[in-house]
Design a binder for this molecule. Structure first.
Ligand SMILES: [Zn+2]
Length: 250
């Protein structure tokens, strides 16, 4: 249902300029831009997709759970060309998944609900290029006035430590390597959640680790077999991050 995003996200001249003007202008102009967009959604987009919204009004059956960064430049529905109802999205600073038991917060609740109530068959953890959270993990000096963000990003410490002790990468390469290792670390955390672990063991759930490049649109996906990231749309077999099931259902 590409049309849903055509009106809002595709970089037509008007929408790109409108976005810039809104941000460059006053707070009132920024908010007016949002309300104006809502008016266009109701007047132009909603009528065209009325059947879809009528179907969604009573239930959801998302194809996948999508855990990504809160960064405004990542639009899961746009880059996967998905419709409302397709993705169960959870976002936070650094696409973090706290290990089970450490925090009964929004991410853990969303995972449990997606797996147990919605029966999602795929969970994607998606990091991205130029991530402010990953920059802060590498250089936490800027977090002095943000104690909550600093505390949250301790869930990325495993990735930072791993890169620091194993990677001989240059300062310029460190951000990209850390971004990938953070996705791998959050996949590991994901597997500590009982609902996830049980369905992985039973072969009813797949997990995926992606890194999206804002500039090129490329997505690299983690392959647990090779321990490397490879293009999601490459010629070879799809990269697989899911561990082999141990209790296949009859
Ligand atoms: Zn980010």
């Amino acid at each position: 249902m590409r049309e849903i995003f055509t009106a809002r996200v595709e970089p037509s001249k008007a929408s790109v300029q409108g976005g810039r003007h809104a941000r460059d202008g006053s707070a009132d102009e920024s908010f007016a831009h949002l309300v104006d967009g809502f008016r266009r959604f109701r007047a132009e987009v909603y009528p065209e997709q009325q059947a879809l919204f009528a179907r969604l009004a009573k239930a959801q059956q998302p194809r996948a759970m999508f855990i990504t960064c809160a960064d405004s430049r990542i639009v899961p529905e746009l880059i996967t060309q998905s419709s409302p109802g397709d993705l169960f999205v959870t976002r936070n600073v650094g696409n973090v998944v706290p290990p089970y038991g450490q925090m009964n917060g929004g991410v853990s609740s969303a995972i449990e609900y997606a797996v147990m109530a919605l029966d999602v068959q795929h969970i994607i953890v998606c990091g991205h290029s130029d991530c402010g959270a990953m920059k802060a993990v590498l250089d936490p000096a800027g977090l002095q006035r943000m104690p909550t963000v600093k505390a949250w990003l301790r869930h990325c410490e495993v990735a930072r430590s791993l890169v620091e002790q194993n990677c001989s990468c240059t300062a310029g390469e460190a951000l990209g390597v850390l971004t990938e290792e953070n996705v791998v670390a959050q996949l590991d955390h994901l597997r500590t959640h009982p609902s996830v672990a049980a369905r992985l063991a039973g072969g009813q759930l797949s997990i995926h680790g992606w890194v999206y490049c804002i500039e090129t649109s490329e997505i690299l996906a983690y392959d647990a077999g090779t321990g490397r990231f490879a293009p999601l749309d490459g010629d070879g077999p799809l990269p697989v991050a899911t561990p082999a099931p141990r209790y296949l259902q009859a």
